[in-house]
Structure formats: structure tokens, C-alpha cells
Design a protein around this ligand. Structure first.
Ligand SMILES: [Zn+2]
Length: 277
């Protein structure tokens, strides 16, 4: 099965990849047209999920990875796992995190390569990457490390997204997250109507809810702008390769999930094995 040996490309060390990742790399990359619309085509699941903060990317990526039987790899989790281990990078990482610095591309790629290698040994037949790549540079390096078959770009109307972020609450006692926003956005300017039910807390949490300090309208909008600026080139990069699937979320997870499976040409009744084709 080709997918297994494909997880990690036999490649030069990460450090030399990082040095090579200049702007010229883009033109060296072919533009294959993957056939993700043909259900009979053999399916590979080396997928990336893109989406702005608050869109619910982690939820969909994790649900889909369970459904397909491939791991959901979030780079935040890789960093946390390394930090709590006695791995070779844990001391270096702890220092970076304690100083509030950003984890470098080199470290992220080291962790990711290690994770893909371990997956290959275990016989994993793919992955869903979440939170990565964030920048065009990371996307170019990722292309050298592994093959990406499909990139799902989750999108949600901006007004709805802001409303949703403003409805976020956390229980100060148990730490669980909820959402008190009831969204009923009317159709306008060619945009469809969207309804989303709130995720209300149980009674023992109801009087302990707190709002994150950075969930103000101003900060949420600024965060979206930053995201859009850095993600646009990443989207273009995958669009040029014919790998980008744009998906407008039609509502909450109940409304969106079947539509997402449909867009991905996955039969909801398929079990994990047959879905792996
Ligand atoms: Zn609670």
C-alpha cells in the first residue's frame, strides 16, 4: 500500500530543507490535479485542515480523523507532548515556551517528522494535519517532508465567526468550554442564512463562567485579519497545486458534518476500513 511508505519522504535533514526553502521552490513544484471527486479512485488521507481561529477546525479535523481511522496531528499537541516527555528537544522547548517565544519552524518540523516516522512504523495510512502549515514557508518545507493529497479550507461568514468567538465561555471550576451565542444570521449579499445553537453549560457550571480576556470584538477582529494575511499565500499555494477544497460551513456541526462528508465524497455509512479503500 503506497500510502504507508509515503508518510515521510526520504529526505535530506530538516536543517538543509530550511536553508533551501527560498522563493524559487514554488516554481520547482509540479501542479498535479488530484482526483478527489472520483469515489472509485484510491483514497489517500494525507490531509491538511486550514481555517481561521474560532471556525471549529480542531473539532472537524478530530471528528474526521476518527471517522477515517487516521491520526489527527495538531502541532500544539506535538509541542505539549514533547514538553512533558524527556525527549531530546524538551529542555530547549521549555526554555522557548517559558520565555514566551515562538517555536521555530525547525523544531516544529523535527517534531512532525518524528511523529510521521513513528506513524509509518505503526502502519498508519495517513493523517490530518491541524494548525499547520501556517505560513507559505512552512507549506513549502512540508512539501519536501511529505506528500499532501488534499487541503480542506474551512470557512465561516465573518460576522458569524465574530459572534461565535464572543459567545465563548470557560468554566472557572472545571475548565470546560461552552458557547452562549445563539446565532441566527439572515441571508444577505448572496451569503446564506446561518443558524447555530449555543452550547450551554450544565447547572453546576452556569454561575462560574468566565470570558477570556482576548475574546473582545476588537481582538477577535484583529486576530482574523492577521490570520487572513498569513493564510492567503498558503491557500494560493495549494490552490495552484489543485489541492485546495474550499468549504463554507453552513451552520453548526450538526448541519455541517454531513455536508462536509459529501464535499469530501465520503459515504457516511462507510465504516473505517472500507473508507480507507
Ligand atoms: Zn464546570
Amino acid at each position: 500500500m503506497a500510502a504507508i511508505t509515503r508518510l515521510l519522504k526520504p529526505s535530506s535533514p530538516i536543517s538543509s530543507l530550511l536553508k533551501r526553502s527560498g522563493s524559487t521552490m514554488v516554481s520547482e513544484i509540479e501542479s498535479p490535479r488530484p482526483n478527489f471527486s472520483d469515489p472509485k479512485a484510491s483514497r489517500n488521507f494525507q490531509w491538511v485542515f486550514l481555517g481561521c481561529p474560532g471556525v471549529g477546525k480542531g473539532t472537524y479535523a478530530s471528528r474526521l480523523s476518527n471517522f477515517l481511522g487516521v491520526p489527527h496531528i495538531a502541532t500544539g499537541d506535538l509541542v505539549r507532548a514533547e514538553l512533558s516527555s524527556s525527549g531530546p528537544l524538551s529542555t530547549q522547548l521549555a526554555e522557548i515556551v517559558n520565555q514566551g517565544k515562538l517555536v521555530s519552524d525547525e523544531i516544529i518540523f523535527n517534531l512532525l517528522s518524528k511523529r510521521l516516522e513513528a506513524g509509518e512504523k505503526k502502519g498508519e495510512s495517513g493523517f490530518i494535519l491541524d494548525g499547520f502549515p501556517r505560513t507559505i514557508r512552512q507549506a513549502e518545507i512540508l512539501d519536501e517532508v511529505t506528500e499532501i493529497d488534499l487541503v480542506v479550507n474551512l470557512k465561516l461568514r465573518e460576522d458569524v465567526l465574530v459572534e461565535k468567538c464572543l459567545g465563548r465561555r470557560t468554566c472557572s471550576k472545571c475548565g470546560k468550554g461552552f458557547n452562549v451565542a445563539t446565532i441566527n444570521a439572515k441571508a444577505e449579499d448572496g451569503r446564506p442564512a446561518i443558524s447555530m445553537a449555543p452550547l450551554l453549560p450544565p447547572s453546576q457550571c452556569a454561575d462560574k463562567l468566565i470570558i477570556r480576556a482576548d475574546d473582545t470584538e476588537e481582538v477577535v477582529k484583529a486576530r482574523l485579519n492577521v490570520y487572513q494575511e498569513t493564510s492567503k499565500p498558503v491557500e494560493d499555494f495549494y490552490r495552484d497545486q489543485g489541492k485546495l477544497l474550499e468549504f463554507d460551513l453552513p451552520g453548526g456541526i450538526r448541519a455541517s458534518w454531513p455536508k462536509l462528508l459529501e464535499a469530501l465524497n465520503i459515504d457516511e455509512s462507510e465504516d473505517k476500513r472500507s473508507a480507507l479503500g
